[in-house]
Design a protein around this ligand. Sequence first.
Ligand code: NQM
Length: 356
Amino acid sequence: MSDEGGIPCLWMRGGTSKAAVFLASDLPSDDMARDKLLLRIMGSPDPRQIDGIGGGDPLCSKVAILSPPSRADADVDYLFLQVSVDQPRVTAAQPCGNILAAVGPAAIERGLVAAEDRETTLRIHMCNTGEIAQATVQTPDGRVRYDGRAEIDGVPASHAPVQLLFNNIAGAVCGAMLPTGQPLDEINGVACTLIDHGMPVVLLRAADLGLSGQESPDALEAMDSIKAQIESIRLQAGPLMGLGDVRDKSIPKMALLAPPAGDGIIATRFFIPHRVHKGIGVLAAVSVAAGCVTPGSIAQPLAALPQGSSFQIEHPTGMTEVFLEREGARIRAAGLLRTARKLMDGQLFPGPDRTG
Ligand code: NQM
């Protein structure tokens, strides 16, 4: 395949992130060649990604690759790739629930899935973890509708809702919800809960690091010694969670937790893992909610647990609501509301290869 004439791409917002969405058939089939091309497209490595379409932030340096379903119980395959901003690195090790919200609309736009009248529910095979997620997209008159009245914190104005549903995703990446077999571990003398309910996350008490948990992302990113402590814990947590050497991986994510400051159930600040999230990831929020209902975890005593199924997770730009459907101690399903929007449909012209 040649990129001289440009590469067909949808540039989409999914939740509070942005991604370049491609059909697999428009990219090289060899993973290494594909990743090199994606670095050129995003403009990485460069903190500003000035010669590419990336936004100089991991939340705007994401890729979704769609293809016809490889499983009978799915309507479309979705492979997520995180393109590092300032390193020549592309990883498929993590899933992404925010970009998942853009997959349904994009699959319909590209003719991979036929729209139904009113709304369309798609079964999306998340190739990174092998899980199936369900997304419901507004499709009045058989076309994707982007405008609407749903609001999510971190995105100005309102848009059409995209409902996401995850069934039985405990241990999606690590194989078990508590990969060390216990709800509490200690690394570098700091108590932590290593958990995977869709996203591998290390839960830490902000207070144990001398923080309030209300610091802004910019303030946290300026704290070199905190960042070094968190990275040291992360590098040790990776092998304990069965993730191997995580030096070059974007998982596990590191969550600083504190009692809620507002109407939510818990306050969060997320290192993802080297920049601080301006909000919270979708699957990361589900993993935090799961931590809050896990007896013996560091999250539970900090949480103001709700009576019902709605878990409002506080983050730097507001709250994300996670619905948990529980059966005894087991979480059967998790649901979230997102919105998504098509920002651009066109041809991409990658810059020169600078990685050698
Ligand atoms: O946790 C950022 C995001 C994400 C991931 C990150 C996400 C999720 O907000 O499902 O959505 O943690 O890298 O896009």
